[in-house]
Design a protein around this ligand. Structure first.
Ligand code: UD1
Length: 449
């Protein structure tokens, strides 16, 4: 009687043949990422500007009239989407994607409406509310579906806009907000939402008097926005505990800003080194913002070397990684955006790992896809229990969000056979040529369009 695991292997071999056949017969339609088992990744890799900083910083340019220059802008699909949004409002934009430099001219920006076409593609578009209210006292955004007022994901933004004197109404398919006299307030957030903190911050910089955002999100990308706003003339300080204090000014002026490096991309590249048992150097990694993530890699048994002044990380991966327990929480806790990529690495670590996702409901869908590849993962409510296996197997898997796409690509690097990742519009939304960077380290990853 054959051992149970050989049944599993046979089943996966058969699955692999099915993937091959589906590809040959064009049943799986491009675009997709084709990933094959890769050697231990080795080398030095550079980073793009942070996705979670650039979008909001592009929107913050609305606050002043004139030409701003942003450096280190990633050429990802979300950035192009944000360019559309700013065009729609009347801004003129030049983006040199080779140089990663963007000029945003808001001299003729006079629009205050964002169409459904743009809203439905990118939730971050909701961050246009703060700057448009600050500059024109009105804004209309299309509703991406459903009623966003009430117990919905922008309730914290809206409730606090209202505290500052803004009237918010649902008008057909539009959410309309207007204000005559902005009022400075102490705003106590019931949850440190990154988006709500950023939206309120951008309204408060042009609100007369002192506004305090208490229990504010303190993600490094929020600080990058603060730096960018200060360069425009905003007066912002940060107090304990987790309070952002804003002294409103009459007007802001255009300014230059260099977008911080992407700590999520850095983490993903380090995990690519970890999962393949490699040696990867990310000299630009903002290690000082990646504390808990790096600590967890060490707990797994990987050797982590941090550069001078907290910048730059090298990973020398162990070949026998251990299981760990992780819970996602707002910064400086373990970041939710590195939860999915970590799960891929834990799927082949020795022992039983546990991941609890507390920031988002329903952000464990990648677990189901990893199971298709041979992972042993049980998910209940917000928790995934991962029993490490020796081997993953190629399969056709579907990415449900940006970070899930990264998780599945990483799993594909150590899976026997071919892994085909569909749903890669998410990948393109969040990363600027990450597949090229992985290939330069020795990975077999191709974007088939
Ligand atoms: C940002 C990041 C995203 C990251 C997240 C948490 C960008 C473009 N995106 O998203 O990659 O995963 O921070 O670090 O920067 N919530 C409410 N009501 C609200 C606002 C939020 O219930 O009014 C809930 C959300 O549904 C979610 C949680 O709070 O469950 C966190 O959301 P938030 O911190 O606002 O994240 P985003 O700004 O959307």
């Amino acid at each position: 009687m054959p051992h149970k695991s050989s049944f599993v292997q046979d089943a996966h071999r058969a699955y692999d043949l099915k993937v091959e056949k589906s590809l040959a017969e064009h049943i799986i339609e491009p675009p997709y990422l084709l990933v094959e088992e890769s050697p231990a990744l080795e080398g030095t890799v550079s980073l793009a500007g942070a996705k979670n900083a650039v979008l909001v910083i592009m929107l913050s340019r609305i606050l002043a009239r004139g030409v701003s220059i942003l450096y280190n802008v990633p050429a990802s699909d979300d950035v192009y989407q944000m360019i559309h949004l700013l065009h729609e409002l009347g801004a003129r934009i030049q983006f040199d994607q080779e140089e990663h430099t963007m000029n945003i001219d808001t001299t003729d920006l006079d629009g205050y409406r964002v169409s459904l076409e743009i809203m439905k593609k990118m939730r971050a578009s909701v961050l246009v509310m703060g700057p448009l209210l600050a500059r024109f006292g009105k804004v209309e955004i299309a509703l991406p579906g459903g009623d966003v007022i009430g117990d919905r994901p922008v309730d914290i933004h809206i409730k606090n806009f209202e505290k500052m004197g803004v009237t918010v109404e649902q008008n057909g398919d539009f959410l309309t907000a207007h204000v005559k006299h902005l009022q400075h307030r102490n705003l106590l957030l019931e949850y440190p939402s990154v988006g709500a903190t950023e939206n309120l911050l951008m309204l408060a910089v042009l609100t007369k008097g002192t506004t305090r955002i208490i229990n504010a999100a303190l993600e490094p990308e929020v600080f990058d926005l603060i730096i960018a706003l200060r360069a425009m003339g905003a007066r912002i300080t940060v107090d304990v505990p987790a309070t952002i204090v804003i002294e409103g000014v009459e007007s802001l002026h255009p300014a230059e800003h260099t977008i911080m490096f992407d700590r999520m991309e850095a983490g993903s590249l380090l995990l690519a080194g970890a999962i393949t048992g490699g040696y990867v150097n990310v000299p630009e990694a903002p290690a000082h913002t990646m504390g808990l993530f790096l600590m967890k890699l060490q707990e797994m048994g990987h050797t982590i070397l941090i550069g001078k002044d907290g910048v730059g990380v090298k990973i020398k991966a162990t070949k026998t990684p251990k299981a760990i327990t992780v819970k996602t929480i707002p910064y400086p806790g373990y970041p939710t955006d590195l939860q999915a990529p970590l799960m891929a690495a834990l799927a082949i670590s020795q022992g039983i790992s546990k991941i609890q996702e507390t920031v988002y409901e329903n952000r464990l869908s990648h677990a189901r896809e990893l199971v298709k590849m041979g992972a042993h993962i049980d998910t209940q409510h917000d928790t995934a229990i991962i029993r490490g296996v020796e081997q993953l197997y190629g399969a056709h898997v579907i990415a449900g969000d940006v970070r899930a796409s990264c998780c599945l690509v990483l799993a594909g690097l150590v899976a026997k056979g071919k892994t085909v990742v569909s749903g890669i519009h998410h990948w393109k939304r969040g990363y600027d040529n990450l597949e090229h960077k992985l290939r330069a380290l020795g990975a077999s990853v191709v974007l088939v369009q």
